[in-house]
Design a protein around this ligand. Sequence first.
Ligand code: FMN
Length: 185
Amino acid sequence: MTAHAGQFRHALSRFASGVTIVTCYDAAGRPRGFTASSFTSLSLDPPLVLVCLARSADCHRAFATADRYAVHILRAEQADLAERFGGRRADKFDGTLFCVGEAGTPVLPGALATLSCAAHAVLPGGDHSILVGRVVDMAVADGAPLLHFDRRLWTLPIDPVGGAMAVAGAGTGAMGWLAGDFAAF
Ligand SMILES: Cc1cc2nc3c(=O)[nH]c(=O)nc-3n(C[C@H](O)[C@H](O)[C@H](O)COP(=O)(O)O)c2cc1C
């Protein structure tokens, strides 16, 4: 990695995001999945979301050719799952509780939100592909989010103040580091 690439990664590590796991079935009918912090909402009408997947990922072909996939927005208690699906391993689904959703995708229970997507576009994005999905169904639950910041997973106490979501203890070091130093991201 060049010094510039390292600086680029370091700069990007300053951006806090939620954490998702994206799942699909590959052509052989095997469940596939990867952890992604690059999830973004894209359009309200039609309802589109996007996630960026490294072209070097083993699961890239499966997702680039899938006609549907599910995006799970993780809750604070799902850090273990984020780590499991964030590593290169073939057995991500072994011992992992999941079911087949109505849209025909592997669905992991317990997420804050699960978006069932129909593949809308696969766009080039350098060494990543941009998967654009049209949301066809969703399930939403209450709870606290899992966060990704500074190459680590965090939880964040949140309290509603004056009708808005305010961060309790922001700037005071109140965030709790959960686990993992994800040097690659
Ligand atoms: C918190 C976190 C966020 C990640 N975000 C992304 C991402 O947005 N895009 C991506 O391609 N890989 C991301 N990764 C890495 C992939 O999850 C990992 O490389 C993937 O599981 C590899 O899949 P494979 O086993 O099919 O190769 C992330 C990993 C972690 C732990």
